[in-house]
Design a protein around this ligand. Structure first.
Ligand code: BDR
Ligand code: CA
Length: 320
């Protein structure tokens, strides 16, 4: 049976690639996107998601308003992150979306939480949920109805770093750093999660030639993605040249959620540091180290050649 998929995006550039990958994956049906602040403010994430869905020929997929700030924040998040350019899509202007996202932005992420909980109650085991931004919407859903969240078949998030340094501070990865309290609430809950962090995403790099292949497709989507991802790739070459290209963070989380054989995981009970110099670090929780039940599976190995080949194949289909 085709599984139902919900993505939770802070729609920057690798989120856009994750969306294209999901749409080209026959194993799943994308039933909606919930949005969150992170790479961009949440309102921009909503606009980007709508514009991308229309560009990719999937205008009927709903986009829902999510958290506009971290759990502990008193003001909406307004930062634009350099890595993803002026509008979160490398400054590339897509045609204005014809339809608006659903729901009203608020601190409690009311619309996104209702959308996720309704889907959890309706589809249970057959639902896959992949957050690729801060975990604020998921933390809010857990606080409201943990039993419904526990019914979700698989929750696989992009974020964190267990065996490698962070990318925002030496300890913290960006998605976790943007809302450490939310991530801590998620990994301390009894709900099983899979973490796809920098341990594996820094092993999956987009071959530069692929961007030219997209451009050569000559389609609106191919040309737009070549420009958008070209910006991201250049940023990586300038600031993290040792990687040899841009990391496929968010697409790997989607791919691993759909096909768990792409990654190898360690079962562990996690916590997130919320204070001190390591704020935002994902680390084993010493207090629960001996618990027989491990609530997190952390990806530590990845079949990078198989994933990258599949990514390239599916993106070409999505952009053709
Ligand atoms: C993560 O942070 C965001 O900038 C990316 O979209 C990705 O989800 C990588 O650390
Ligand atoms: Ca992201």
């Amino acid at each position: 049976m085709t599984k139902k998929l919900i993505l939770d995006l802070d729609a920057g550039i690798d989120d856009a690639m994750a969306l294209a990958y999901a749409l080209a994956s026959p194993e799943v049906e994308l039933i909606g996107i919930t949005t969150v602040f992170g790479n961009v403010p949440c309102a921009q994430s909503m606009t980007n998601c709508r514009a991308l869905l229309e560009l990719l020929g999937a205008p009927d997929v709903p986009v829902v308003a999510g958290a506009d700030r971290a759990l502990a924040a008193t003001e909406p998040y307004t930062t634009m992150v350099d890595v993803h350019g002026a509008n979160g899509l490398g400054g590339v202007k897509l045609p204005a979306p014809r339809t608006a996202a659903e729901g009203v932005l608020d601190a409690c992420a009311t619309a996104a939480v209702s959308f996720l909980l309704d889907a959890a109650r309706r589809y249970g085991e057959n639902l896959i949920y992949v957050p690729t931004g801060p975990l604020t919407n998921l933390a809010r859903a857990l606080a409201l109805d943990a039993q419904a969240v526990a019914r979700i078949g698989a929750i696989t998030f992009m974020g964190g770093a267990l065996t490698v340094p962070g990318n925002v501070t030496p300890g913290a990865e960006a998605n976790i750093a943007n809302d450490p309290e939310a991530a801590d609430a998620v990994v301390r809950s009894s709900v099983p999660v899979t973490m796809v962090g920098l341990d594996v995403t820094h092993q999956t790099i987009l071959p530069a030639a692929e961007i030219e292949r997209w451009r050569a497709l000559g389609t609106p989507a191919g040309e737009a993605f070549a420009a958008i991802v070209g910006y991201y790739s250049q940023f990586y070459l300038t600031h993290q040249g040792h990687l040899g290209g841009c990391a496929l963070h968010d697409p790997l989380a989607v791919a691993a959620a759909i096909d768990t054989t792409l990654i190898g995981t360690l079962g562990i009970n996690l916590k997130v540091d919320v204070a001190g110099p390591f704020r935002g670090r994902t680390v084993g929780d010493a207090a629960r180290l001996r618990d027989v039940c491990k609530t997190a599976q952390v990806a530590l190995t990845v079949d990078a050649p198989r994933f990258v080949a599949r990514f390239c194949e599916r993106l070409t289909c999505a952009l053709a």
